[in-house]
Design a binder for this molecule. Structure first.
Ligand code: UD1
Ligand code: CA
Length: 453
């Protein structure tokens, strides 16, 4: 069956106390509403509608890449009112699935379970039984166990308040009936709102089957109203992600101390020590080890590479069997070939480092193309910036660069060359040449040391 998916995101979110729209606050590094859109997008034959209102420009601007039909709900008057504004865009056949922009952890598998039950004469509700149902709409059933209505907390009788089965808000309704039901909604209730949930009683009256599905876990249907709930869902998601990494063959020295804000793909026997942060898309090859307190963002790390503690890697590609850190910083555009070594307090940027080359201590290597088996002495830097433009440093294979060398770009050092320690290199160094570019040492005999006056 074809599907319209409506994501409600017009609410005020005042308890967030934020200039940012509630649904743009992030869980696991991704805006809540973007998580919902991404999940919805995985469902077959679906057309997305995003209902925006309060801070709607922000929401619209941040979700453009999903090409959802943006429906404005200025002056929101309830969930039923929201659906009514989408009604003109709904397909004639099929069904409409309603989701919430502030319920970010809903799973595609649960939604698929719902859609598998959908027919032109069936309404599917996602419900859950809660020990503490306060605040939720209650699922009212007949003596035969059939759902007959949803009653909102504020409109419920004493006996209805005792019902533990609640409405998660997520429901799937057949379009052939939905249009009529939406048109018939009224706001004669405790909140003076148009309740989407009033369509349940109409469906029961019209002889439509009302079936219920339960989510796999409570977190799937948990909504975020304030930053305390946001933090709770963040922990929940991190814990789920940690479990799935371990199930895929990664060792986490403490699964409660890892943060994945995006997508982390791990090969077999990856070992991750505590307090590491992974952002964007990070791929760790087989046997990769990541030490404590590392921060990796949008990077690929080859098999058996070891990243020691307190290393930061961004927008970089690292080969196999490399050795990085501790305290290394690989900035965007760094490419390390296999077996390269980047040691402590080394910063690289837009730098290609060839196979087996070593930059072991206290260096800055930027805008550089470096060949294989180069040894870069401690304290060596590329002077890549003249105050206006960036320039390239090219170092061929098997070069030896003495400690504390400045390579003033643009400059080339040819294959097999050697640079004496402390040199300031401003001119090309030829193949196998030795370059000295420092003041010659002068020694004076019998130097009289100063004496105390
Ligand atoms: C709703 C359900 C309730 C359910 C609960 C689950 C109704 C009438 N009630 O209640 O049965 O147990 O969710 O959390 O549907 N929104 C709009 N436009 C509006 C109103 C709301 O976009 O005019 C959006 C809000 O941004 C929010 C969501 O819809 O994301 C739910 O709205 P909210 O006011 O929180 O509904 P509840 O009263 O919690
Ligand atoms: Ca709510």
């Amino acid at each position: 069956m074809t599907q319209d998916i409506v994501i409600l995101a017009a609410g005020k979110g005042s308890r967030m106390k934020s200039a940012l729209s509630k649904v743009l606050h992030k869980v696991g590094g991704v805006a809540m509403v973007r998580r919902v859109l991404a999940t919805a997008n995985t469902l077959a034959d679906s057309k997305l509608h995003l209902v925006v209102g309060h801070q709607g420009e922000q929401v619209e601007a941040n979700c453009q890449d999903f090409s959802a039909n943006i429906v404005w709900q200025n002056d929101p008057q309830g969930t039923g009112d929201a659906l009514r504004r989408v009604a003109p865009f709904l397909q004639a056949d099929g069904a409409t699935l309603t989701l919430y922009g502030d319920v970010p952890l809903i799973r595609a598998s649960t939604l698929e379970k719902m859609t598998s039950l959908s027919t032109s004469n069936t309404l599917v509700l996602l419900t859950i039984s809660l020990d503490n149902p306060i605040g939720y709409g209650r699922i009212v059933r007949s003596d035969q166990g059939k759902v007959t209505a949803i009653v909102e907390q504020k409109d419920a009788s004493e006996s209805q308040l005792a019902i533990k089965e609640v409405n998660t808000g997520i429901l799937l309704a057949p379009n052939n009936h939905l249009q009529g039901w939406l048109a018939a909604l009224t706001n004669n209730n405790a909140q003076g709102e148009y309740y989407l949930t009033d369509i349940i009683a109409m469906a029961a009256r019209d002889g439509v089957d009302i079936v219920t599905v339960n989510p796999e876990n409570e977190a799937e249907v948990a909504g975020v109203n304030d930053r305390v709930q946001l933090a709770a869902l963040e922990r929940e998601l991190q814990s789920q992600q940690a479990i799935s990494l371990m199930q895929n063959g990664a060792t986490l020295l403490d699964p409660s101390r890892i943060d994945i804000r995006g997508e982390l793909i791990t090969g077999q026997d990856v070992i991750i020590d505590v307090n590491c942060i992974f952002e964007g898309k990070v791929v760790l090859g087989t046997g990769v080890e990541v030490g404590a307190n590392c921060h990796l963002k949008n990077c690929t790390i080859g098999d058996n590479t070891i990243i020691k503690s307190n290393t930061l890697i961004e927008e970089s590609e690292v080969g196999e069997d490399c050795d990085i850190g501790p305290f290394a910083r690989l900035r965007p555009g760094t490419q390390l070939a296999n077996k390269a070594k980047i040691g402590n307090f080394v910063e690289t940027k837009k730098a290609r480092i060839g196979e087996g080359s070593k930059v072991n201590h206290l260096s800055y290597i930027g805008d550089t193309e470096m060949g294989a088996n180069v040894n870069v002495g401690a304290g060596t830097i590329t002077c890549n910036y003249d105050g206006v433009n960036k320039h390239l440093t090219q170092v061929a294979d098997n070069v030896f660069i003495g400690s504390n060398t400045s390579l003033v770009a643009p400059v080339q050092v040819a294959e097999g060359a050697t640079i004496a320690a402390g040199s300031t290199i401003t001119k090309q160094v030829g193949e196998k040449q030795l370059a000295f570019a420092r003041a010659r040492q002068t020694n004076k005999d019998n130097w009289p040391r100063p004496t105390k006056k």
